[in-house]
Ligand binder design. Structure first.
Ligand SMILES: [Zn+2]
Length: 729
């Protein structure tokens, strides 16, 4: 902050703005850097970008002059992942060089580009990791990760929020930068593990999400290869392209649906800021290349050696510089292709390759849950999607829609964003080799909001024979409230937090805070101390591996943070349930509970290989036992978020009941990718186990997945409200 404030004061080429405040109260800043004449006249360039983005806003004949006068807007974002510590320092080096150097390349960048530099997309995490690292210096655990997630709520998932927009840092970036400045190019600076490439730059591996305009895919490929070429010519080794990272989920790439290319760079890590030594023989772990063998997408192997934070900053700075030099060289082409993407978008299925797109999506105003409808529409509006309303009743596709139904036409600048989030995903059946195990996606495979939010949506392929309104004004935030839990509640709720941090724990807290449900965070020593039923009615174990829960951190670490729940914790949880408490477990934590509390339930997927069963973030169909108290608050058709979860067989039906069950026949897949779906037939996805005077509620999925699956939140509310006998205690 001090450095960027000083730079702003010292240079007319730099303007630093505070966009807002982070989740933990720190300033969130962006530095605008370019020629002093550009920085002095920013509104002019913002207006050029606005008109180039949307052809409907232009006068005829205006296009050429806009391109002639515009600048390529390059958004450089850094250190969203706070343990990737080079990314905290690189922006200072970049800003200084951009503002002060007078060589030909730097002048060209300033003349042709407007650079918007976000030194950190997660400033809270910068301080969390810094404080932990300082405390670890000279200790056996120097360079290890902190015992908490490095953000108020999300940790590493903070860059999986680029369509749900749940977090304040995401909202600031979207509202103040993407939607205002429409960057043609986004360079997102990250770090990866230490042993594969020194640096990854695109092209990405397959698959590409099919709604992304091909001009964007081609632009990504071209820019990544140009960067690799420049870096190699400058003597850099160990650069991989077309490796490890794919371009599937919109959760990581807002810009791919908003006419901008995403250039992800991933530099090899050290141990936070502590150097490491890597022998050539120890290199490995590349996906799509071998770090010890020259290949077309890894042209110059790195020989191994000492690797420091200085090396990280050097690679990150050099990669960004290569991108900036290249973007400046082809200023006109970047602006022209940016405009062309917008022109194709407003043609909808008139554009080549989109002949089979729907004309529009219709969304009835009457839905099982109005708050979910409003949440979904607000996501689309934040993504710049225009939502209209029909002016008269309409019958199409055998269904009738009253006047006032929401209509989202695909022929609009960001129609592809709406389509990607409203339709079902068909992930390709990719294998490591023919007949081999599935090739895992970099993130998840589904993003169908209507399914996970329980909102009815219909795609319309015929011309919509009805008049529609102008785009509706921004929809107000819904009031999120759970009767009996929000505000003052008699239920005493605890959420377990491990020192081996679980992002799902953070998401759980976020959802509870959204709904104003009070809770207490508890750690290992609280659980091990026992007498839990004196303090709580409900304990939640968020998604975490059974090993992580029982043993905690097993590497070198402070003694006070080691040990996990251990045998004492397991016994205390069993006593808690026997005494009348409700233990709720999400996803893998359910496997822990089955084992630790000797429950009469078995995970039937435990022994299966990925060839036989695989569902890496998919949406599945289940049927609900509506008589169960756990289901009492459900309103929508249940569709669950399944990601490496268990599926249950009940071994003693007198003690356990299936509350949600996979269908007996057919394929339970609703969206994404599922191999071996028949393994789920008739198995339970949610089980209520009676034990002593209490209950254990085993979720074989994540009912509050990344604060998106609002359709299954009510199952958590139902479990927390207690059973009829003690619901009014
Ligand atoms: Zn990262």
């Amino acid at each position: 902050m001090d450095y960027f404030t000083a730079l702003d004061k010292a240079s007319p080429r730099v303007s630093v703005r505070t966009l807002g405040t982070t989740g933990m109260g720190r300033p969130f800043i962006a530095a605008f850097i370019g020629d002093s004449a550009v920085i002095a006249d920013l509104p002019k360039y913002r207006e050029i970008q606005r008109k180039l983005a949307d052809p409907r806003t232009r006068q005829s004949g205006e296009r050429a002059s806009l391109i002639a006068n515009g600048k390529v807007v390059v958004l450089v974002t850094s250190s969203i992942h706070s343990t990737e510590v080079g990314g905290i320092l690189t922006p200072t080096v970049l800003a200084y060089r951009l503002a002060s150097a007078e060589d030909a390349d730097t002048r060209s960048i300033r003349q042709n580009d407007l650079v918007i530099l976000v030194p950190s997309l997660n400033p809270d995490g910068v301080d969390i990791v810094h404080d932990w690292y300082q405390s670890s210096l000279g200790k056996p655990w120097e360079g290890s990760g902190p015992p908490v997630i490095y953000n108020k709520y999300t940790g590493h998932d903070d860059n999986r929020d680029w369509y749900a927009f749940t977090q304040v840092e995401t909202q600031l970036t979207i509202d103040s930068l993407h939607n205002v400045w429409h960057p043609e190019i986004v360079n997102d600076i990250h770090q990866q593990g230490p042993r594969a490439s020194r640096l990854f730059v695109p092209p990405y591996m397959d698959p590409w999400e099919p709604n992304v305009d091909p001009i964007i895919a081609a632009g990504v490929n071209s820019m990544g290869m140009a960067m690799a070429w420049r870096l190699t010519a400058d003597g850099k080794t160990g650069i991989a392209t077309n490796a490890s990272y794919d371009a599937w989920t919109p959760a990581r790439s807002y810009q791919h649906y908003h006419a901008g290319i995403r250039i992800l760079t991933e530099t090899a890590s050290a141990r936070l800021a502590t150097p490491i030594d890597l022998s050539f023989d120890s290199l490995g772990g590349g996906r799509g290349f071998d770090p010890k063998v020259m290949s077309w997408n890894f042209v110059a192997p790195w020989p191994g050696g000492h690797w420091t934070i200085g090396d990280i900053v050097d690679y990150q700075t050099s990669a960004t510089w290569a991108l900036l030099v290249q973007s400046a060289l082809e200023r006109g082409k970047w602006l022209d292709s940016f405009a062309r993407i917008g022109e194709r978008a407003v043609e909808g299925r008139g554009a080549p390759g989109r002949e089979d797109w729907p004309v529009a999506y219709l969304i009835p105003t009457s839905q099982p849950d109005t708050a979910s409808l409003e949440t979904m529409l607000r996501i689309l509006q934040r993504g710049q999607v225009e939502i209209r309303r029909t002016r008269a009743p309409l019958t199409t596709g055998g269904a009738s829609y009253p006047a006032g139904t929401y209509a989202i036409f695909m022929a609009q600048p960001y129609g592809s964003f709406a389509k990607a989030l409203l339709e079902v995903q068909h992930y390709p059946d990719l294998r490591e080799y023919p007949g081999g195990p599935p090739k895992r996606p970099y993130d998840v495979t589904a993003a169908t909001l209507p399914l996970i939010m329980g909102v009815h949506v219909a795609a319309v392929s015929d011309t919509l024979a009805v008049a529609t309104s102008a785009p509706v004004a921004p929809i107000a935030p819904p009031k999120l409230e759970v009767q009996g839990l929000s505000g003052k509640t008699s239920r005493r709720i605890a959420i377990y937090r491990s020192y081996d941090p679980s992002m799902d724990e953070g998401w759980t807290r976020f959802v509870f805070d959204q709904y104003h449900i009070p809770f207490t965070s508890i750690v290992d020593r609280d659980v091990r101390a026992g007498k839990l039923h004196d303090r709580f009615d409900v304990i939640i174990l968020p998604d975490q591996s059974p090993r992580g829960l029982s043993r905690g951190v097993t590497r070198a670490y402070p003694d006070s943070l080691k040990g996990g729940l251990g045998t004492e914790g397991a016994a205390a949880l069993a006593d808690f349930v026997d005494a009348g408490g409700t233990l709720i477990t999400f996803n893998e934590a359910s496997e822990y509970a089955i084992e630790a509390l000797s429950l009469p339930v078995k995970n039937v997927l435990a022994e299966l290989k990925s060839q036989d069963f695989y569902a890496p973030g998919s949406i599945l169909r289940v049927t609900l036992d509506e008589q169960s108290p756990i289901a009492r608050r459900m309103v929508a058709q249940p569709a669950i978020w399944f990601e490496e979860g268990p599926a249950f067989e009940i071994t003693d039906a007198s003690k356990a009941t299936a509350v949600a069950t996979y269908p007996d026949a057919g394929n339970p897949l609703l969206s994404g990718w599922l191999l071996g779906g028949e393994k789920l037939r008739g198995r339970a996805a949610l089980v209520d186990v009676e034990k002593g005077k209490g209950h254990v509620v085993l979720f074989g999925f994540r009912p509050q997945y990344r604060a998106q699956t609002t359709a299954t939140y009510p199952l958590v509310w139902g479990a927390m409200l207690g059973w009829p006998a003690n619901a009014d205690r």
